[in-house]
Design a binder for this molecule. Sequence first.
Ligand code: PPE
Length: 306
Amino acid sequence: MTIEHSKEVWMDGEWVAWADAKVHILTHALHYGTGVFDGMRAYETPRGPAIFRLREHVARLFRSAAMYRMKIPYGADEIEGVCRDAVLRNGLEACYVRPLVWRGFGEMGLVLDNVPVQVSVSVWRWGTYLGDDALKNGARVSVSSWRRNDPNIVPVAAKATGPYVNSALAKAEALAAGYDEAIMLNSNGFVAEGSGENIFVVRDGVISTPPESSGILPGITRQSVMTICADLGHEVVERDILRTDLYVADEIFFTGTGAEITPVREVDDRRVGSGTVGDITRKTQETYFEIVSGQRDEYGAWLDYL
Ligand code: PPE
């Protein structure tokens, strides 16, 4: 589905019209995938739009850039300011915010250090990531034949553009087979994550999620959900998860900026638990939506009001 056009994009210090936000065909990142990005959501609240965990997302952008030997020619506070302005200037209440840092036009070939680093921030309206039905009733997912990127092949803790072909192949395979999303195993055969989400598995009241050392993107929603679940009184453990753990789970859910908290109702055509959304998933999702919409003062520090 093509996205609805917004008004303005910030590119290298200037606000440009949506239609003019263009790059040269010899952009290094277009050929070699040499870019990093982040993604956050702005939500509508009673006090106007607020960006969820803006500071943490921008900090991760800088860590991603460092892993790829890129020096962002702006400070974190400047990028945070641009993200805020982007939402306001585009007149959007709820939207997705995408800072992108890429190797631009200059030198070609497999060099990094002499190619200029460019930066943009775009915003657009983005609905539910896996569909309204999946958000409400759960997604149908399959274990991918594609393994997750390995941290000794490309940095996986960085949110980098090129390595997302791994996710795109897994997602395309899942969609072509009639599923909503893919779950990828890592090169050791343990569950890593979805193509664009972290994963949580509940059994006998204990919530498990793969550790960062399993080669996942250290999700900001994941970290938030670990806090929410602990605050709700649940034990959360980071441990290696087997594919078969998915088949005997009581509940499974995805977390991500796009996916928010999406229940999983089927894995490889096997029903998860009773096949309906479980209590822990439901409560966690409800709490998350209350937090992002500004209804939970105790989590107020997670919202950056514009
Ligand atoms: N793992 C992967 C592979 C991933 O892409 C995401 C975010 C996460 C985990 C969750 O991270 P976080 O958003 O910090 O909780 N995926 C982005 C995908 C966007 C896109 O499709 O483009 C997102 O949700 O913004």
